[in-house]
Design a protein around this ligand. Sequence first.
Ligand code: COS
Length: 378
Amino acid sequence: MLNELQTELISQLEKFRKEKIEPFAEADDHAEKFRMDIFKQLGALGFTGMTTPEDFGGVGLTYQDLCTALIELSKSSVSYAVTVSVSSMVQSIINEYGNDEQKSKYLPELASGEAIGAFALTESSAGSDAASLLTTAKKTAKGYILNGSKIFITSGGIAKTYIVMARTGGEGAAGISAFIVEDGRAGFSYGKKERKMGWKVSPTRELIFENCLVPEENMLRKEGVGFKIAMSALDRGRITIGSIGVGLAERALDEAMKYALERKQFKKSIFDFQALQFMLADMATEIESSRLLVRQAAKLFDEKRNDQKLASMAKLKATDTAMKVTTDAVQILGGVGYTSEYPLERFMRDAKVLQIVEGTNQIQRVVIARKLKGEYDS
Ligand code: COS
């Protein structure tokens, strides 16, 4: 059940997405155009810093509220939803692991939507095996010198504040530290913008560090805890990515239902064929179970009973559902579903990467299986 505030959030966002995002959605997808003014307007409405405490310019709401908002926003744009999701994750990292100076310096502009946050873990040779990353941060008298590169960074080039994981110590997870690196810092540049199947409005770029000096005060906590910071942040990020899957799938079902009720073949609406009814019933059921998992994972997180297994389950289930439901929705529309006359082909393209980002769905299964084994070992 949604509470009164969440119902209000949905109605505000529904109006916003229909008036401000939907009219440009198709053209911006083709042009691969991100509109900073849309993000800022989301900020003005309070949607870019929902879980950040009010003391640091946020709204101080829960992860359940954030997931509710992301479900609604994703019905029109996965790209803006993911920009909000990752920027919120960056804020949660700074809020949880940053000191007071770091919080005061970075959180207000991220929370207000004046700036975007990005998360830089992946490298060309360190994807699923994130602990093998090679970017180095060498300690000197003036601070840390970063060298290396990060790939597939969501909001790369449009973000102002980057959380960058780099190696300060030996091999493995224990040698990794987390730094806040600002756009414009000498030695920090961007590589090419990726050409992608979906998420076209959200830019994805490489980050390049060439003798980039980052002051010691930009390190989060201390040397060696960067991997844990990244993993615990992904526990939340995975829940919000799951909620984006739910919103996308919900919209796809809505489009498929409307079409199935209207479209006539063999002198009746195609909905009247039981084959389609069964497809639509399965789609609705999968969406509902995904929503419940996402909501439960967010609830446990809000209650500080963070359950990594459930977060991975929520991401796995909701994003596999988004892929299945958008694919089936295209099938229900048939030929027109494959054209850009309807938004479903875009939704199907946008769904695919949800199964890959913030840990592939195979990695989610690894996490779930490890936790499962742990329950039997103890
Ligand atoms: N929260 C806090 N600490 C965590 C953690 C979490 N969720 N997950 C792992 N850790 C800690 C472990 O406790 C361990 O610490 P100790 O050595 O002190 O016990 C350390 O981190 C290393 O953990 P682990 O041995 O499990 O690391 P692995 O190298 O086996 O990696 C996986 C684990 C595969 C789960 C991890 O690399 C992963 O999630 N990969 C996918 C990366 C990803 O999501 N990339 C997307 C980037 S954003 S698009």
